[in-house]
Design a protein around this ligand. Structure first.
Ligand SMILES: Nc1nc2c(ncn2[C@@H]2O[C@H](COP(=O)(O)OP(=O)(O)O)[C@@H](O)[C@H]2O)c(=O)[nH]1
Ligand SMILES: [Mg+2]
Length: 432
């Protein structure tokens, strides 16, 4: 796929819409822009024009904007056509562009051009991927920060320091100690230690960044028939789970995604835990156990009749069916009635507090994703190796620091393999 090809894509969403945005990227598009606008275009000016096909027939009334390289999203020339959103209009424009020797873009190809032209680094692209996926306010804030270079700045600063240390260390081996500043060796180790602290702190907050990007997992657990499914329905606010008084009705895990305090939350109703001979139900119970392992927050439901309370630390204890009793005797528990709705507001408020605790202040955290986690971890490990394994040998120290710098370089795409690039860009949709 030639980098010099002129490519186009529908950048707005598919389906019927008021306006469709079609983007064209290529070199020397000013001639083509002039042809469709009908006069030499001033870059970044909007022109209302009758877009005509090659036979001169009007396709649609459009707004056309010409962006001259390098001042565009991709760094190439770009023409943006805003047409009416009907599929027939978009198809006709596509046919016209095809006939004008242009080809349809691959997913992520626009961003790939932006990357190759130095408009974005890979960390910015990660931010863009996350922004296009953002469903909640917190996801939007974190992704936008990352896309706008907030994370890149941190990575670039780390990498600069690593390269500086590596250069110092190389100087230690090349020059006589007498020719170097007196405290250079302590300075080197001090700097590595500070960097290691910063990198490993970011790594420790991975769970926070994961909670924002992937969502916070909440599992509703407890014995059968205590009202878990009924509570789930109350929490989710819609009848998603099967409610029945036959024990063991919920045999699989039912999940719903919600927005609580701007965070993405995955709530799961689970099969009740009890000894059972039923194979299907047993599978449900196994799934429940793995759901509990994955849960960030566990809501443990019992009823007022339960004399034995076995909850684990950190679980939210809920005594459901509060409508059947008059006294609230268990301290620290939230009394609810899925039947009357009593106590649900309190439960939601406690749940909100737990969620804030897990993901709170997460906007300021470095957004580490599956791709970057291993690389940040490698950097931290190599910094530690430099401190622990070099024993004053500056060649070895310098090598470990260089490995750390390479790992961070891969996050930014300064050092990149085709594999990394393909993985990053393929996540993007057409037109980005
Ligand atoms: N009185 C009363 N009955 C409830 C309440 N919540 C659930 N139930 C009933 O308890 C039975 C079991 O409910 P279900 O949600 O299927 O429980 P699960 O097995 O834990 O999922 C059903 O008959 C529900 O109508 C409640 O708060 N009060
Ligand atoms: Mg159930």
């Amino acid at each position: 796929m030639g980098n010099d090809d002129t490519i186009f894509a529908l950048s707005s969403g598919h389906g019927k819409s008021g306006v469709a945005v079609i983007r064209i990227s290529g070199n020397d598009l000013d001639e083509f822009a002039k042809k469709i606008i009908g006069r030499p275009p001033v870059p970044r000016h909007a022109y209302f024009t009758n877009l005509r096909d090659k036979d001169g027939e009007i396709i649609d009334q459009c707004v056309v904007i010409y962006f001259a390289a390098p001042h565009s999203f991709t760094g190439t020339d770009i023409i943006e056509i805003q047409s009416h959103g009907a599929m027939a209009v978009v198809s006709k424009i596509f046919r016209f562009l095809h006939e004008s020797k242009m080809r349809i873009a691959m997913p992520g190809e626009f961003s790939k051009r932006a990357f190759y032209n130095g408009k974005m680094d890979l960390s910015d692209v990660d931010g863009l991927v996350a922004l296009l996926d953002a469903q909640t306010e917190k996801q939007r804030i974190a992704a936008l920060k990352s896309m706008m270079g907030g994370d890149s700045d941190i990575y670039a600063e780390w990498r600069n320091q690593m390269l500086k240390i590596s250069a110092y260390a190389a100087a230690m081996t090349d020059y006589d100690a007498d020719d170097l500043p007196g405290n250079i060796d302590t300075t080197i180790y001090e700097n590595i230690k500070q960097l290691y602290t910063a990198v490993s702190a970011a790594l420790k907050r991975y769970s926070t960044s994961r909670a924002i990007t992937c969502g916070i997992n909440v599992a509703i657990v407890g014995e059968t028939n205590v009202g878990k499914s009924s509570l789930f329905n109350r929490i989710v606010g819609s009848a998603r789970a099967i409610v029945s008084d036959i024990p063991g009705t919920t045999r699989d895990v039912v999940s719903a995604t919600m927005d609580i305090n701007g965070y993405l939350v995955n709530v799961s109703d689970t099969a009740g835990i009890r000894d059972t001979m039923d194979t299907v139900e047993r599978i449900g119970i196994e799934r429940t156990n793995s759901e509990i392992d994955n849960a960030d927050i566990v809501i443990h439901v019992i009823t007022p009749n339960d004399s034995q309370i076995q909850i684990k630390p950190g679980e939210i204890l809920v005594v459901n069916k509060s409508d059947t009793i008059t006294n609230h005797t268990i301290s620290g528990a939230i009394y609810t009635s899925a039947k009357t709705g009593d106590g649900i507001t309190e439960l939601m408020s406690i749940l909100g507090k737990h969620i804030n605790k897990i993901a709170g202040g997460g906007e300021s955290v470095l957004m580490i994703n599956a791709r970057t986690y291993d690389l940040v971890k490698t950097a931290a490990d190599e910094l530690k190796n430099a401190m622990d394994k070099s024993n004053g040998d500056y060649d070895i120290l310098s090598e470990h620091i260089r490995y750390a710098a390479d790992a961070i370089g891969k996050i930014l795409g300064v050092i990149s393999t085709d594999e990394v690039l393909d993985m990053t860009f393929s996540q993007l949709c057409l037109g980005k």
